[in-house]
Design a protein around this ligand. Structure first.
Ligand SMILES: *Cc1c(COP(=O)(O)O)cnc(C)c1O
Length: 466
């Protein structure tokens, strides 16, 4: 444990030098910084030795807990071989093995379309989607003659209101979170925006009981009208994460997929948050029998250990990039640490754990437990909507349950609730008025009860106080 002076020094240096992401630093500077020093299983521990349940899996990426012996070991063994070597023009052992493993893992999706046989490595979710966007764009510029030849006018993208695909300018261009993205508007390329599949606050003013998936139809209409210039649709399958854990109505993804097929448009599935078991299946696309043209994975790929991401695609896409050097069909994109060997080793160990521990078979019990808690959250007088898919949930607080009037953003109600929960040993991070439950997949029954019970009481305390 650190001495009081050491801890104080760290806090001062943190406030003096560390610019935290997605954080209003003026506000942060008025609080005592929480400094994590170590972790074990689903628990984080701060410099004072206080423990917190990691209720959002260190921002949606930890799958099997901290300090998993198998992943620790895999990284150490890789460290004894080589920590980093490039994939530009040469290869390395763990990247090859991981690519092979991922192709096997995605093979079941081929029942619904073309197999995903090609793996492009990068570092994080933002780059995985950025890569898919650039590949889709370039594909149409140089589509081979045997596939119908180039269609250079197909340069535009379709995305959904509320979408979040990462923070690079390409990803922000296809993003739809007003709060994050508006300021960058002048820097962005133009994108067609389809309505957000957000049933609780339907942008079309409809009700799920009586609508005919009009939001999906609206997307289809955009494709119908602009197919000549649309390269791809970018989607977060089943759940829009950063928008507030917005669970799309059943059939939405499949409908969008069918529309892209009909209008010769590619589909980019951003499974950065929902991939790798989170929804109860390995990939969210499986729920609706969808095989995308691009599958983006990151966050949980290394079990929450190291930054590593992949963009997987089909032979058809890949072949468009083949040619002589003079033809300049090369995909001129890469990152220094693309496919880093330590990350690849961690990912291999992570995927092995899915099999060894039969994670997907064990998940339904925990998902059911979360569902029961969701029923209880629904009863609270300031909870307007509760959305669950697999082992994730979003609990939307409202000022008025009847009118669905939201709490004003400035009230920071989500944050206030999370502060309460933190006092009681549960670490959470809200999305505006939405409380997020996104624990490691291996959270125990007792830990999940503790998480939900703590959150339940925190919501009551903050929203029913006056
Ligand atoms: C987190 C996230 C990203 C961005 O991933 P980073 O690793 O943070 O760059 C992209 N898409 C979705 C759906 C995400 O949830």
């Amino acid at each position: 444990m650190l001495s009081w002076e050491q801890k104080r020094q760290l806090q001062l240096w943190d406030l003096a030098h560390v610019w935290h992401p997605f954080t209003q630093m003026a506000q942060y500077a008025q609080t005592e910084p929480l400094i994590i020093a170590r972790a074990e299983g689903c628990w984080l521990e701060d410099v004072d030795g206080r423990r917190y349940l990691d209720g959002v899996a260190s921002i949606w990426c930890n799958l099997f807990g901290h300090r998993r012996a198998e992943i620790d070991q895999a990284i150490r063994e890789q460290l004894d071989q080589v920590a980093h070597s490039t994939l530009l023009g040469i290869s390395h052992v763990p990247a090859i093995r991981l690519a092979r493993k991922l192709v096997e893992l995605a093979a079941p999706l081929a029942r619904f379309g073309e197999p995903l046989t090609r793996v492009f490595f990068s570092d994080d979710g933002a780059t995985a989607v950025e890569v898919a966007i650039k590949m889709a764009f370039q594909y149409w510029q140089q589509r081979p003659e045997d596939q119908g030849g180039p269609r250079p006018r197909k340069t535009k993208f379709v995305s959904f209101g509320g979408a979040y695909h990462g923070d690079t300018l390409g990803d922000v261009s296809v993003g739809g979170v007003e709060l994050f993205h508006r300021v960058f508007q002048p820097l962005l390329f133009e994108t067609y925006r389809a309505p957000q599949p957000y049933c609780y606050r339907c942008p079309l003013g409809l009700r799920r009981e009586s609508c005919v998936l009009d939001c999906a139809l609206a997307c289809e209409r955009i494709l119908d009208q602009h197919q000549e210039e649309i390269a791809a649709v970018v989607i977060e399958p089943l759940v829009q994460g950063a928008a507030g854990m917005i669970v799309a109505p059943e059939g939405f993804l499949r409908h969008v997929r069918e529309a892209t097929r009909r209008y010769d448009v590619l589909l980019i599935a951003d499974e950065v948050a929902v991939g790798l078991g989170r929804t109860g299946k390995m990939f969210a696309c499986e729920h609706e029998e969808v095989a995308p043209d691009f599958l983006c994975l990151a966050k949980g790929l290394t079990g929450g250990y190291l930054p590593l991401a992949v963009t997987m695609t089909t032979e058809r896409i890949y072949r468009a990039f083949l040619g002589t050097v003079a033809q300049r069909r090369t995909f001129f994109h890469g990152h220094t640490y693309s496919g880093n060997p330590l990350g690849a080793a961690a990912a291999l160990a992570t995927l092995a754990l899915f099999e060894k521990e039969r994670i997907l078979e064990r998940l339904p019990e925990r998902i059911q437990q979360l569902a029961q808690w969701c029923e209880r959250f629904r009863q609270l007088s300031h909870v307007g909507d509760v959305r669950q898919k697999g082992l994730l949930a979003g609990i939307e607080l409202v000022r008025d349950k009847l009118t669905r009037e939201p709490y004003p953003y400035d009230w920071q109600m989500g944050q206030a609730v999370c502060r309460q929960a933190r006092e009681r040993g549960v670490l959470l991070r809200p999305l505006g008025n939405v409380l997020v439950i996104f624990p490691p997949l291996v959270i125990s029954a007792a830990e999940l009860d503790f998480l939900c019970d703590t959150l339940f009481n925190a919501i009551r305390e903050v929203t029913e106080r006056n």
